[in-house]
Design a protein around this ligand. Structure first.
Ligand SMILES: [Zn+2]
Ligand SMILES: [Zn+2]
Length: 450
């Protein structure tokens, strides 16, 4: 049984009327790869017309698409909006604007907020707020356990009723197997996926980076890959036993990819994600002791990175997630050991993966688009499609535009990008989410880009 269609929250408004002229339209799901005039009327894709044939009419915006790429909008299954409680780091408005700037037309927000989203009343007021502030639709997960204490289950049925798209205590693992087992039994009844941050705290200890050669050289406490992979093995076994559906978050290690492949082969209802930073960087970056490279799970070895790329290519890894985790500067501008874990990622995800994996031929553009649009599926958010009659969920990309991350600032309220200063090729110029224009890149909006 697939998850039921999710309830997403965002601002409402009139649908866009526009024509993107002569762009390459690429949608791997519908086998679409052609230069067309894309006609959007009232927020819906009306027509994929032969180039030059779309009529000009009043009140319709014309967008010059020559040399540009139009793909289905991306869906991020793993974002921290820091709301409620830490709006100085991110709020719904800045977080969804960052999403739109990265080409995302929908995101799933995590529940490790202050307070955490462990009751229908917290979830209800958050959804109301998103209906005023969110420029792309947001699906909210609710906590698995009360106060994220890992002991007592939340009222999962009530939370589902109140619009939770799934359940997660992300930020923390569910260490008690008995608690997870009961949650899985409820999951089967209420029908939303449980997303799991897989880590054994007894093995992670006070580790601050990947346990390996680099941690040994630096003399820093390490987090071994088995901290993640042994928990994935346990939780996949439990999910199979209970016939429940789980989604494993931010895979970082080769052993983890192997556990997922094994679980899928035995019929476990499991999906999983990997982040751009784990797909592109390794623990070698930590030699700089720059806290921009500190996150949990940590950047691992080149072997691990290659296994993640292989897993993304062959479908063992279902989707890309950013794990966008904004932090205030004072949490990052401290010695490495004391710095907070986490990096932003929404605004750079496509450009980073396109530049670093598609450019050198390690992944096809079609596979990247497929994996970046599939992230909502575990939570009942269907992957957007470019076809007549569908709601317009689109990203317009200049595949040749070169830019430097951070040079013209960020839409996110936080600055902790691990790709700051990196030269990338390919940039999102415009995003249409749920039929409305959610973002225009500044230079493009002024008509000077490309
Ligand atoms: Zn996590
Ligand atoms: Zn997270």
């Amino acid at each position: 049984m697939n998850p039921a269609p999710a309830e997403l929250s965002s601002r409402s408004g009139p649908g866009a009327d526009l024509v993107v002229r002569g762009a390459r339209l690429l949608d791997p799901r519908t086998d679409l790869d052609a230069v067309r005039d894309l006609v959007v009327r009232g927020g819906e894709i009306a027509e994929l017309a032969e180039p030059g044939s779309a009529p000009e009419s009043e009140g319709v915006e014309l967008v010059e698409g020559e040399g540009k790429l139009v793909v289905p909008g991306f869906v991020d299954p793993h974002v921290h909006l820091r709301t409620p409680g830490d709006e100085h780091e991110e709020d719904i408005e800045t977080g969804t604007r960052a999403a739109a700037a990265g080409g995302f037309c929908a995101i799933v927000a995590m529940a490790n907020t202050t307070p955490p989203i462990d009751s229908a009343s917290v979830l209800g007021s958050l959804r109301e707020r998103a209906e005023r502030e969110a420029c792309v639709p947001v699906g909210f997960v609710a906590n698995v356990t009360r106060a994220m204490a890992g002991e007592e289950l939340t009222e999962m049925a009530d939370l589902r009723e109140a619009g939770a798209v799934g359940f997660s205590d992300d930020g923390l693992p569910l260490t008690d197997a008995r608690v997870l087992r009961r949650a899985l039994q409820y999951q089967r009844l209420v029908g939303a996926t449980i997303a799991l941050h897989e880590e054994d705290p007894a093995l992670s200890g006070d580790g601050v980076m990947h346990e390996g050669e680099v941690s040994a050289v630096l003399g820093l406490a390490g987090i071994p890959e088995v901290s993640e992979s042994t928990m994935i093995a346990r939780d996949c076994s439990l999910a199979l036993y209970e016939q429940a559906r789980i989604h494993v978050q931010h895979l970082s290690a080769r052993a983890s990819v192997e556990e997922i492949a094994r679980a899928k082969a035995t019929g476990t209802l499991v999906t999983c994600e990997a982040t751009p930073h784990h797909l592109v960087l390794t623990d070698a970056a930590v030699r700089s002791l720059d806290a921009s490279f500190k996150m949990n799970p940590p950047l691992r070895s080149e072997q691990d990175r290659q296994a993640l790329i292989d897993g993304l290519r062959d479908g063992t890894i279902d989707c890309v997630a950013t794990d966008h985790a904004p932090h205030a500067l004072e949490e990052k501008e401290v010695p490495f050991e004391q710095a907070a874990m986490g990096v932003t990622g929404l605004e750079t995800a496509f450009a980073v993966l396109s530049t670093e994996l598609v450019g050198p031929g390690m992944l096809t553009l079609e596979t990247l688009i497929e994996r970046m649009t599939a992230g909502g599926e575990p939570f009942g958010i269907p992957a957007p499609r470019i076809e007549a009659g569908a709601a317009a969920n689109l990203a317009l990309i200049d595949p040749a535009l070169e830019w430097v991350v951070g040079d013209d600032g960020y839409e996110s309220r936080s600055l902790n990008s691990c790709f700051a200063g990196r030269e990338l090729t390919g940039r999102v110029l415009m995003t249409v989410a749920a039929g409305r224009v959610a973002y225009r890149q500044r230079a493009f909006a002024m008509g000077v880009a490309g």
